[in-house]
Design a protein around this ligand. Sequence first.
Ligand code: ZN
Length: 140
Amino acid sequence: MRKRELDKFKKLLVLEQQKILQHLSSLEGASESELSQTNTGDPVDLASVEINQASIQKLGNREKKLLSKIQYALEKIENGEYGTCESCGEQISAGRLEARPVAQYCIDCKTEMEQNERRYTDDDGKEDEDWPNDDYDDAS
Ligand SMILES: [Zn+2]
């Protein structure tokens, strides 16, 4: 994947991470200044923000899960593994990643897994419900 594309996905991930962290800070009643310290300049800096694990317990399961997926995806960007299906090793289509930047599998593997794992309550089967359908208009 080209650096430019990676940067785009990184930005999407970080934006979402930022939203969750802001929600977290409001749950904690923390002062905004705490978060804004990490929010000066390039929002990508937030990728390295340290997240207090104890605080995270205050988030709902959905947000916790999404947050860990975002962190995981960001790590993969750093490792140069982002955008590759963890099952078959093929490239995940850009369209899928745009809709679901935390996707770990290509649509073929994902579909197959959902069929195989439907009887389990394994959370990954519901991956597609995790990512909020906010408008990211800059995708066009
Ligand atoms: Zn695959």
